[in-house]
Design a protein around this ligand. Structure first.
Ligand SMILES: [Zn+2]
Length: 286
């Protein structure tokens, strides 16, 4: 996937500051917990509506208006279908690191473990792999599988690479606002219904991304590179909650060799499974 797992990713410093986003999410967390109730279905997002201003004004105690996304719990509904996407495949080999194993091979190995474990843990959920062999699929084809199934979650698995040999750790990407520019570029109309739906699915992607980083943090003593908006086709074209997960740097001397170990790949898969389970648990606030 050109641009996704190479230099541009490591050098991608133009993303919004994760710190400010985390602050907003802390606010969301506090709002949710102080309310004492969890709403099971995501509420529609209506940015800048009169209703929002009115509700704020009608509160007995004047309060500083909170950002819109600080007030809305973005929680998934019942999960019926999950699509796991082993990044790259076929002629698109992805990164190759110090262990001289292609990214496409590693993503498929981890994805197969993830799928098996999810099927065991969630027998009622349909777990779909975008590929089960060394097949080449376009990015559009991958996300179309999830869109056509109306999946409840799309998880694209990748390994990172950088010219900087020190680059290390894991990171995750969600759609942010990049879907807007993508739709505009394609001449698609963004009506209120589309805007609300896409905003909710994007924020649910962010929830999954945060679940993943937390699951990794509990298992690996390595750099957490953050949860970031990413301008990637499998995110911007997603009509369902979607994430790109970068599990480790194949170019790093230690990390790139560690992935040879079956136990490390098993642990990586375990983190993804844990994240999916936590994502679906509306009681869990990542
Ligand atoms: Zn990749």
């Amino acid at each position: 996937m050109a641009g996704l797992c190479g230099l541009s990713l490591f050098a991608a410093t133009t993303f919004a500051d994760p710190g400010s986003r985390n602050t907003r999410l802390e606010a969301q967390r506090e709002t949710s917990s102080s309310a004492g109730t969890a709403v099971k279905q995501p509420m529609p997002v209506l940015p800048n509506t009169a209703a929002t201003a009115k509700d704020t004004e009608s509160q007995a105690t004047p309060q500083k208006p909170a950002p819109m996304d600080a007030e809305v719990p973005f929680l998934p509904g019942e999960i019926k279908t999950i699509v796991i996407d082993p990044g790259h495949g076929g002629t698109n080999a992805g990164a190759i690191g110090v262990a001289k194993i292609y990214e496409k091979t590693l993503t498929l190995q981890v994805a197969m473990i993830v799928a098996d474990r999810l099927r065991a843990k969630m027998p009622d959920v349909n777990i779909v792999l975008t590929r089960q062999r060394d097949d080449a699929l376009s990015l559009t084809e991958r996300i179309q599988i999830a869109n056509q199934l109306n999946a409840d979650l799309f998880v694209s698995l990748h390994f990172n690479s950088s010219m900087n040999p020190e680059a290390i750790g894991y990171e995750s990407f969600w759609a942010g606002d990049y879907w807007i520019a993508d739709m505009e570029k394609n001449g698609e109309i963004i009506d209120d219904e589309t805007r609300n739906a896409r905003t909710i699915t994007a924020k649910l992607g962010e929830r999954m991304a945060k679940c993943f980083n937390h699951a990794m943090h509990r298992r690996f003593d390595v750099l957490d590179r953050g949860v970031k908006p990413g301008d990637y086709t499998v995110l911007t074209r997603a009509k369902v909650p979607s994430v790109v997960l970068e599990l480790a740097f194949l170019s790093h001397a230690q990390e790139g060799l560690a992935v040879i170990s079956q136990s490390v790949r098993s642990k990586l898969a375990d983190a993804v499974v844990d994240a999916v389970v936590k994502y679906g648990n509306v009681e869990y606030i990542p």
